[in-house]
Ligand binder design. Structure first.
Ligand code: SIN
Length: 490
């Protein structure tokens, strides 16, 4: 199978600023490679301060016009963008598989998932209501309206090259904000193709601006956005250390922030759970995108009396997974994004084994497939001293911890600075209420491993960040409430 595109013009190598496509100011480029083969796919613009500033200039200029459009006019453009994304599913999926490595079926699923946010926020754009506040004093009318915050900078990760950027841009545009965006250095091509489709959908010049940058240059470009008072909001998905850095730097101009940061999700299997359902839920949650999602279970807690049974059922399912490049139609798990990612996974597994864990399945690099492949792995006898408890592995590794009772499971599950997702399986309705209420997480899966949806508020607590993406709540992050008090009415 080839990953060639039907529409070659969707491969964009330049920045998109003020409706124009142009290389970086100084002509610099960097290579984007296929993680399955390490071959270069394209050289794209390596942007710095001048490019970032030009993007902000364009977004600031475009803001009043976009803000003042009728909500239904903005919604119409979003609907056209949605239709174009859906119509170009196959090309977008191929592009994504090429630069990110995920199997084509997953890439197609991600196009549908990402597009659903555009449709959702097109619908939400026309429902941004304010309030007329019940009269408090005679002769005065008090009201509250919601206004777009202004220019938004979106900084997005490589694990979902389409869905993560779309679920920031779509609500921002729906709210009436203009956008400057920088996709991850590993996966800029899908994002740039999305920008081309937004232009085709009729988005006015300057409303969306996108710059690509290597890791080192990206820091410089983002620093310019952080310092620029015209950028009123930063929305970021990525690691907690980077999120903290952005929060510190954004304090200089008191920008609003949405931070969707790291997770270390617990997955609890109680002894009254439907074990087959729990295994199926874990397979969906753990091995989606090769374990490279912020909501992937990182610590799997299984009650002692069902531990061995659960481990054996899981091992059977994991051993049957097919690993391969996206060009392999049967592949269920692709390569990891880069060498750093595989090294981290290997370090976590090796350290766990040294500390007493047992490998039931996997536990090794698959060098016969390429440098970035790692086998889906099940480990038993995991314990609190292992790196899984303090770091997010971000790979296809399922470490199984043993627990005795509900109180201990909750204590272990919450013993982390992170609080993005948590999952548990039980058939006891009273336990469902108790445990769901006590888990410290922004997203809780109850007898369910697939929790993501455009209709749901996605986001964390504790050091997993703040702000919500998707759902009716997802618009609030891009809106400021203005209170107006009109006097002299008596
Ligand atoms: C993420 O991993 O950051 C997002 C996962 C999702 O949207 O389900």
């Amino acid at each position: 199978m080839s990953l060639a595109l039907t529409r070659g013009d969707l491969i964009r190598r330049h920045n998109f600023i003020d409706g124009l496509w142009a290389g970086a100011f100084d002509g610099a480029c960097f290579a984007v490679s296929n993680p399955a083969t390490s071959e270069t796919i394209a050289e794209v613009a390596d942007s710095g301060t001048v490019d970032a500033r030009a993007a902000t200039d364009a977004a600031a200029r475009a803001f009043p016009g976009w803000r003042d459009m009728l909500a239904r006019e903005r919604a119409e453009i979003l609907r056209r963008w949605h239709a174009l994304i859906v119509a170009n599913t196959e090309d977008l999926a191929r592009l994504m598989s090429m630069e990110q490595g995920k199997p084509l079926t997953e890439s197609r699923g991600e196009v549908a998932y990402g597009a659903s946010y555009v449709a959702w926020f097109a619908d939400e754009a026309i429902r941004i209501y304010g309030d007329l506040i019940p009269q408090q004093q005679r002769g005065k009318r008090m009201s509250a309206v919601k206004e777009p915050v202004g220019v938004v900078a979106a900084i997005t990760p490589w694990n979902f090259p389409l869905a993560m950027i779309v679920r920031k841009i779509a609500p921002a545009l729906a709210a009436g904000c203009t956008v400057v965006a920088k996709p991850a250095e590993d996966t800029p091509l899908t994002a740039l193709a999305l920008a081309a489709l937004a232009q085709e959908a009729g988005l006015p010049d300057g409303v969306l601006n996108m710059v690509s940058a290597s890791r080192a240059q990206g820091v410089i470009a983002v620093a310019d956005w952080l310092a620029d008072p015209r950028v009123r909001k930063i929305t970021f998905t990525g690691s907690t250390p980077v999120g903290k850095h952005l929060a510190r730097e954004a304090a200089g101009t008191l920008k609003r922030l949405s931070l969707e940061l790291g997770g270390n999700a617990p997955f609890i299997v109680f002894d009254d759970a439907d074990l087959d359902a729990a295994v199926t839920g874990l397979m969906a949650a753990k091995f989606r995108n090769g374990g490279q999602t912020c909501v992937c279970p990182n610590r799997i807690y299984v009650q002692g009396s069902v531990y061995t049974d659960f481990a054996n059922r899981l091992a059977k399912r994991v051993a049957a997974l097919t690993v391969g490049p996206a060009t392999d139609p049967g592949a269920q798990i692709g390569p990891m994004i880069n060498a750093r990612a595989v090294d981290k996974i290997a370090r976590h597994v090796d350290e766990a084994v040294q500390r007493g864990a047992t490998v039931l399945v996997g536990g090794r690099r698959l060098t016969e497939l390429g440098a970035n492949f790692y086998a889906p792995t099940v480990l038993t006898d995991a314990n609190d001293d292992m790196l899984f408890c303090s770091e997010e592995t971000f790979g296809p590794i399922a470490p199984l911890f043993r627990f005795d009772d509900e109180a201990q499971a909750l204590r272990l599950a919450n013993a982390t600075p992170y609080g993005l997702a948590a999952y548990f399986y039980t058939q006891d309705v009273r336990r469902i209420n108790r445990v769901a209420g006590q888990l410290e997480a922004g997203v809780v899966g109850i007898n369910e491993g697939a929790v993501s949806s455009e209709a749901a508020p996605f986001g964390g607590v504790k050091e997993s960040g703040y702000g919500r993406e998707g759902s009716k709540y997802g618009l609030d992050d891009y809106l400021a409430v203005k209170y107006m008090c009109q006097g002299g009415l008596n």
